[in-house]
Design a binder for this molecule. Structure first.
Ligand SMILES: [Zn+2]
Ligand SMILES: [Zn+2]
Length: 378
């Protein structure tokens, strides 16, 4: 601190207080600014510079003797007596002022305030992991059990993540007294640094676990078994509790989220809990009615009774032959009939159909829509 600084800098306005500010207000104002500007939390470009300025101002104004000198110099100039044998050779030393961290933080734990060392000691829940599987329509119908292979970092099972050789325990780091952080005093400001002895863990492992080389973490492939419930819908997400990344320091494991896709089937189409199928029927089957065997998802057939005069496209419902429901029971099989035309009619069938055609020439199936359309044209 120098008389030059005293002359040039308005510490009152830097702290945003009036000249007659009392100690309590001054302290309160300073703490607020220091928290806002502390370089550990404020990443703005000028934050550190401002923080220093504010701290310097507080250093002077909070000390009654320095404050009196400052007020004198600001009022009467550098020649004023109060500065106590001011020597220009001392100028430029702005590193000397001292901040009482307790003043800044008012008894708060630095780690609490700036998100530092306390968080390190807290347990952390493991992250959720995501993976995807594709199952067949059949597996969906019955439900299935799938092995899911996951590769990644997990807690070393030999040392339970401590990194210490089995039978030994890590020691508290002496450099940081187990906090994982050391305080550095730079230009009179306290900065929390990660302890360089223990790299922030707060512990020193003397005998490393050979399994994880002392890291407490291993990279491994693990296979877990996922039970896929019957009737699961395409693109649904299954959450397997506790099958994700392991937690840290006793935190619970994350979940494994399995994105399940269900493949389409060649003949059946999924429709929520129901299953749809299109069944070809002959013209005569539709006209006279018939009993036909139709496939069902279980791989067998059931008999469907088609009544006489069934129109093309009609849908029949076969109860309980659909997908299993989450609530129990099953959906239905919805059977759509599609009247098919012979590809290559020949012989007797052809003769008889020609005969038939002669009988129905006057029967125009388009008469109705032509009549409807004619009403449009006036
Ligand atoms: Zn280990
Ligand atoms: Zn340490």
């Amino acid at each position: 601190m120098s008389a030059k600084d005293y002359l040039e800098k308005d510490y009152y306005s830097i702290l945003g207080v009036s000249k007659d500010v009392d100690d309590a207000t001054l302290k309160k104002k300073y703490r607020k600014l220091a928290r806002e500007l502390h370089p550990d939390t404020n990443k703005e470009k000028n934050a550190e510079e401002k923080f220093k300025e504010v701290s310097e101002a507080y250093d002077v104004l909070s000390d009654p003797k320095k404050r009196a000198e400052y007020d004198q110099i600001r009022t009467y100039g550098a020649s004023a007596g109060g500065f106590g044998g001011f020597d220009p050779r001392n100028m430029g030393n702005t590193q000397g002022f001292n901040i009482n961290l307790d003043d800044v933080l008012g008894g708060f734990n630095l780690g609490d305030l700036f998100g530092g060392n306390n968080r390190r000691q807290r347990s952390r829940r493991g992250s959720d992991l995501e993976t995807e599987v594709t199952i067949s329509f059949n597996d969906c119908l019955e439900g299935t059990t799938l092995p899911i292979t996951l590769r990644g970092e997990t807690t070393c099972s030999v040392c339970k993540g401590t990194g210490a050789k089995p039978g030994t325990t890590p020691k508290k780091c002496a450099s940081c007294n187990g906090t994982g952080q050391t305080m550095r005093n730079a230009g009179g400001f306290g900065f929390a640094d990660t302890c360089s002895t223990c790299y922030g863990s707060g512990r020193i492992v003397e005998q490393k676990d050979p399994n994880c080389k002392g890291t407490g973490i291993v990279n491994e492939t693990r296979t877990i078994t996922a039970r896929i419930p019957a009737g699961i819908k395409n693109s649904s997400k299954l959450r397997l509790k506790g099958k994700g990344e392991p937690g840290e320091r006793g935190g619970e494991a994350g979940d494994l989220i399995v994105h399940v896709f269900v493949k389409n089937d060649e003949i059946f189409e999924r429709d929520q809990d129901n299953v749809r199928i299109t069944i070809p029927v002959r013209y005569d089957e539709a006209v006279f009615g018939s009993q036909i065997a139709i496939p069902v998802p279980t791989g067998t057939t059931v008999t469907l009774k088609i009544p006489a005069n069934t129109q093309n496209g009609r849908i029949f419902r076969v109860k309980n032959e659909g997908m299993p429901k989450a609530t129990g029971g099953k959906g239905d099989l919805l059977v759509k009939v599609e009247v098919v035309v012979p590809q290559n009619i020949q012989g007797k069938a052809k003769e008889l159909l020609e005969e038939y055609a002669k009988e129905v020439t006057h029967d125009n199936p388009r008469a109705e829509i032509i009549a409807l359309n004619a009403r449009r044209k006036r």
